[in-house]
Design a protein. Structure first.
Length: 247
């Protein structure tokens, strides 16, 4: 059975936006959230500057991936979908059937958050396999627009449903998911997901005429860069917090 336990942090002030953040493979919602919120931005100096400190009005929602059998490792692990290789995500695509179930899970989380704030004020974020899943959610969400997508150390998912791709391509409304801005960050020294995979993801999204902001970092491995990467995420959120006010 898929576990849909969700860990929530904040808001510390009046709720204005939600960020739904998907952890990576073989992690969990609480572990990922705790580690993410140890990362700090460069400003303000001599003050708390984690993401919850910078955005007291944001509700941070961390869903948990289901426990799925890993074909390659022969054991159950927390993953949004099974896969053979993160170095070559297209290898053994038949293993990735669970992606569709995880997309439905995250769409339900988005719908629940819509009871609190408009969907145009909901960011969807993820690291590694979490963001590969978030991309699949974006294609499935047409014609609904999100505030933005934030992706770290990831790749273009394979096995996207043909009907989702077609629906996505057919939408042109400024309120559709096609108009959702996307931020991608990846470190050159990532030894888990090669930066080539991130560049391929960027190119694939740009080829579909999506608005993509790309940042490469010299170090930080398979994680968020600190402090520059945190600064970039904070700036991106600030830039797109109120998309619904001018669409």
């Amino acid at each position: 059975m898929a576990s849909e336990t969700t860990y929530v942090v904040g808001p510390k002030a009046a709720h204005t936006q939600t960020v739904i953040f998907l952890h990576g493979r073989d992690s969990n919602c609480r572990e990922f959230a705790d580690e993410l919120f140890e990362s700090e931005a460069s400003e303000p100096a001599n003050q708390p500057r984690t993401l919850p400190d910078l955005f007291p009005g944001i509700r941070w929602v961390f869903p948990s991936a289901p426990k799925l059998q890993s074909e390659r490792f022969g054991t159950d692990m927390s993953q949004w979908f099974d896969m053979w290789s993160v170095e070559n995500p297209a290898e053994r695509p038949e293993l990735q059937r669970g992606l569709h179930r995880s997309v439905e899970q995250i769409l339900r989380v988005i719908k629940e958050e819509e009871m609190l704030v408009p969907q145009e004020r909901i960011f969807l974020a993820g690291i590694s396999q979490g963001f590969a899943t978030a991309i699949a959610v974006l294609f499935a969400a047409a014609p609904k627009r999100l505030a933005g997508l934030i992706g770290l150390c990831s790749w273009m998912p394979t096995g996207l449903r043909a009907q989702d791709l077609q629906s996505f391509e057919d939408t042109s409304d400024r309120k559709s998911s096609r108009s959702t801005p996307i931020f991608l960050g990846h470190s050159i020294d990532d030894e888990v997901v090669p930066i080539k995979n991130g560049r391929d993801l960027r190119d694939a999204l740009q080829s579909r005429r999506l608005q993509v902001e790309w940042r490469e970092y010299g170090d930080s491995g398979h994680w968020v860069n600190e402090p520059q990467g945190v600064d970039d995420i904070a700036r991106f959120i600030n830039s797109h917090m109120y998309n619904d006010s001018h669409i």
